[in-house]
Each structure stands twice: as structure tokens, then as C-alpha cells.
Design a binder for this molecule. Structure first.
Ligand code: PHE
Length: 360
């Protein structure tokens, strides 16, 4: 017995002294390999009596298991040390410019990112700040606080992805719009509020014109004496800057959202020639966003007094804005990650958003 213990101690010392995986591997072969020391011990069992075999066999098996364990933990230790060494030594300078003549490898900005950046730029000129909220929301922020109670038909319209809750805690979901950021902001900040909230949104819908994940940008203004005229002026200026068209034909069509009253959908005028769309000419209307005055019930749900504070909100689909501005005809291209598509429709990182008016 003490023999086995001796052997084990010796091997463990040997393992603990190793510094590289190569060295470790060599010892492993020597000790545990087919012709290694432990295999030989096992073989020697055939020469002893049944009684002895029982006792020795057990101790050899234990020896083997202990040694294996020691090898495994040493292997992990060496690997960890190697990674730490690499992290210390290797530096990646992501600020280095791309080498000339190697432009195919240069990254491009995705049209969705570019559109979000451009919209943020325009609204920051109007003194808006950016707010964000999580993709996984609770029922209250996504629906209830927005005046969409449990039995409201609008809940069905939203084709919600619910997240299963085994322990009966509050039900979670993937947000169906960016409007919950309105609630989060009103609950956490004192007015005046002037925010836009870009982000991912999710609906259980997948065809040529719908993707289960898409992007919206929400806007919210809360102040004293805010009226629909402010909303119309702001949206007109925004659309003219975004589409780089002066005197853009734009109309506010009465609509319904549970969280705004009155509510409107905004259409802009366009002309279709063959497959190309010209914004701002012609007599066709295209719906681009929803908006309205924040419903008094929503203000109350966020502990604001509707007699003191009013405001407006709007929500737009980023994909639709990007498709219109950059002439992209199929929604699904956005998410396929085809590098050839991105090389064609993407933007160079060095060119910032350009939303100057073109000269007429
Ligand atoms: N949340 C609405 C939607 O997803 C859009 C909207 C936002 C409408 C804010 C009015 C005000 O359809």
C-alpha cells in the first residue's frame, strides 16, 4: 500500500513542477500511457492471488483516478496562465487605420446603424437626449402603463413574444415597441422631458415585409403648454432634414393608439417610377410614423398631473426610413449579413452622417 502512496506522491511532485503543456503530455504518456507505469502496475495484478488482487486493484484504481485529476487541473492551470500571458503581451490597436489597397477588409457601417445615427444627430440639434431601455420588458411598461389593459384588442395586434415564467413571477416579454421607454423615463425623471429612444423591438411576425426583430425610434416631449402644433412643426422639420427635401408634402391622418389622444399617422408624399421611389414629389402617400398627444391616463400612470403637464410622443420604424432613403427594396437583406450587400449599401466609417440640404 505504502508503495502506491509513494508512487502517487512522486508523480504529483513531477506534475506540479511542469510548466508547459508539452512537458505535461510527456509525463502523462510516461505514467498513464499504454506502456506507462500505472498500466504496468495493472498488468502485474494478473500475477497475484485473488485476495491481493482485490486490495491492490482498488488502490491502483484510486491511484489512477488521483493522478488523472492532477493532470486535468494542471492542464487548466497552464492554459489559464497562457491566456493571461497573452493578454498581457498582445495589444490590439483598434485605432490603426486600414492599410491602403486592402479596402475589401475594411468594415462598413450598416444602413440601420447609419439611419439611427443620422436621426439622433437631427434630434440632438433640436435639443433631444437619447434614452434607452432593455429588450426584455415587463407587462406594465410595455402595455398596462401605456393604457393597454389585459383585455385590450391592441394586445393581440402586437403578436408578443412572452418569456415563460416558471416561478409565477411578473410576466416578462420582448418589447413590442420602444414606447415602454416613455414610461421608464417619466417614472424616473422630472419634466421637462425631451428624449428619443432608439432600439430593437420584437413581434412574432416573419414575411417579406415583416421581421421578428426590427428597430424603432421613440420620441417623447413633456412640458407645460405643449400642443399638437409643436408636434407637427417638429416632425415636418425632422422629415425635411432626413429626406433632404424642402417643402416636403406631409399629412397627419387621424388614427388611434391607446396611449395618445388625439392620435395621428404621418404620411409623406412620394412618386414611384419603375422600381425607384422619389420622396417629396407626386401624389402617392406613404405612412412613415405614428404620433399623438400623450394620453392623460398615461401621465397619471407615471405620477404626472395632466393639469400641469402635457406632451406628445411619436414612434417610427428605422427599417422603413432606411429603405426609403437608401433605396433598399427588401427588408430581409438587412439581417442576412451578406458581406457583398454590406459593401454595396454600407457606409465608410470615416464619413459622418450628412444631412445638409441639397441645393435646389
Ligand atoms: N408604439 C407605436 C407602434 O409601435 C408607435 C407610436 C409611438 C404611436 C408613440 C404614437 C406615439 O406602433
Amino acid at each position: 500500500m505504502s508503495d502506491t502512496k509513494d508512487i502517487e506522491d512522486k508523480i504529483l511532485v513531477e506534475i506540479s513542477k511542469t510548466q508547459s503543456l508539452k512537458e505535461l503530455q510527456a509525463i502523462k504518456i510516461k505514467e498513464l500511457g499504454k506502456k506507462g507505469r500505472i498500466s504496468n502496475l495493472m498488468k502485474s495484478l494478473s500475477e497475484v492471488s485473488t485476495e491481493e488482487k482485490k486490495v491492490l486493484g482498488k488502490s491502483y484504481n484510486e491511484l489512477r483516478a488521483n493522478i488523472l485529476k492532477a493532470f486535468e487541473s494542471k492542464e487548466l492551470e497552464i492554459k489559464d496562465a497562457d491566456i493571461l500571458k497573452k493578454i498581457k503581451v498582445e495589444k490590439l490597436d483598434i485605432t490603426l487605420p486600414v492599410r491602403p489597397g486592402n479596402n475589401n477588409d475594411a468594415g462598413k457601417v450598416h444602413p440601420i446603424s447609419r439611419t439611427i445615427d443620422t436621426i439622433i444627430d437631427i434630434f440632438s440639434n433640436f435639443n433631444f437626449v437619447v434614452e434607452t431601455g432593455p429588450d426584455i420588458e415587463n407587462d406594465f411598461n410595455n402595455f398596462t402603463a401605456l393604457n393597454i389593459p389585459d383585455d385590450h384588442p391592441a394586445r393581440q395586434d402586437h403578436d408578443t413574444f412572452y418569456i415563460s415564467n416558471k416561478d409565477n413571477k411578473e410576466r416578462k416579454l420582448l418589447r413590442t415597441h420602444t414606447s415602454p421607454v416613455q414610461i421608464r423615463t417619466m417614472l424616473n425623471q422630472k419634466p421637462p422631458i425631451r428624449i428619443i429612444a432608439p432600439g430593437r423591438t420584437f413581434r412574432c411576425d416573419d414575411d417579406a415585409t415583416h421581421s421578428p426583430m426590427f428597430h424603432q425610434i421613440e420620441g417623447l416631449v413633456i412640458d407645460k403648454n405643449i400642443n399638437m402644433g409643436h408636434l407637427k412643426g417638429l416632425i415636418r422639420s425632422f422629415c425635411e432634414e432626413f429626406f433632404e427635401v424642402r417643402n416636403l408634402p406631409i399629412r397627419f391622418r387621424p388614427s388611434f393608439f391607446p396611449f395618445t389622444e388625439p392620435s395621428a399617422e404621418i404620411d409623406i408624399g412620394y412618386n414611384k417610377k419603375g422600381n425607384s421611389i422619389k420622396i417629396g414629389q407626386g401624389s402617392n402617400w406613404l405612412e412613415v410614423m405614428g404620433c399623438g398627444m400623450v394620453h392623460p391616463k398615461v401621465l397619471v400612470n407615471c405620477n404626472l398631473d395632466p393639469e400641469e403637464w402635457q406632451g406628445f410622443a411619436f414612434g417610427l420604424g428605422v427599417e422603413r426610413f432606411a429603405m426609403l432613403k437608401y433605396g433598399i427594396s427588401d427588408l430581409r437583406n438587412f439581417y442576412e449579413g451578406d458581406i457583398r450587400w454590406l459593401n454595396h449599401y454600407g457606409f465608410n466609417t470615416t464619413n459622418g452622417p450628412n444631412f445638409d440640404f441639397k441645393e435646389d
